[in-house]
Design a protein around this ligand. Structure first.
Ligand code: AMP
Length: 170
């Protein structure tokens, strides 16, 4: 199946010069959505992975069905003030300003090998921060999985040496 036809380009969103990869047409097509999750699950079936983590919010859309299909624990990485229990926190710099992600202190077992999932790999900044947060919590990054990868932004290089898998590359 040609998944790229379910990704809609929205020029100049959220700001001028950015071409936003809109995944909602894919989410709206159960066959394409199922196909995406099945391909991801195939890639990691039998892999040495203890848990799946994703950053709020669009990462959850792919991480949750993948975690169920692979029968792995799901760890949400959330924006500040959302998690009810004791949490680890990591602040990181974005192109404009800074952001913060949090996870529960008991979110993963010590030494757990964690697969990080998101909808789009752009610069890799969010995933790099997610990896640092997991590292802080005693976990190890097992790899990165994306629906869409924007090659020209060099995110894959930033996430090296961990393996990156993506279903659609631009
Ligand atoms: P990154 O630059 O890799 O840290 O991307 C930050 C977040 O914004 C990721 O969760 C991506 O899903 C999202 N994102 C960045 N650039 C785009 C884009 N062109 N289209 C859609 N989502 C994007």
């Amino acid at each position: 199946m040609e998944l790229a036809k379910f990704i809609r380009d929205i020029p100049d969103f959220p700001k001028h010069g950015i071409v936003f990869k809109d995944i909602t047409p894919l989410l709206a097509d159960p066959t394409a959505f199922q196909f995406s999750i099945d391909r991801m699950a195939e890639r990691y079936a039998g892999s040495d992975i203890d848990a799946i983590a994703a950053a709020e919010a669009r990462g959850f859309l792919f991480a949750a069905p993948l975690a169920l299909k692979l029968r792995k624990p799901l760890v949400p990485l959330r924006k500040p003030g959302k998690l009810p229990y004791r949490s680890y926190s990591l602040k990181y710099e974005l192109e404009y300003g800074s952001a913060e992600l949090q996870m529960h202190v008991d979110g993963i077992d010590h030494g757990a090998r964690v697969l990080l999932v998101d909808d789009v790999l752009a610069t890799g900044g969010t995933m790099q921060a997610s990896a640092q947060l997991l590292d802080h919590a005693g976990g190890k990054v097992a790899g990165y999985c994306f629906l869409v990868e924007l090659d020209f932004l060099g995110g894959r290089e930033k996430l090296a040496p961990h393996p990156v898998y993506s279903l659609i590359r631009y």
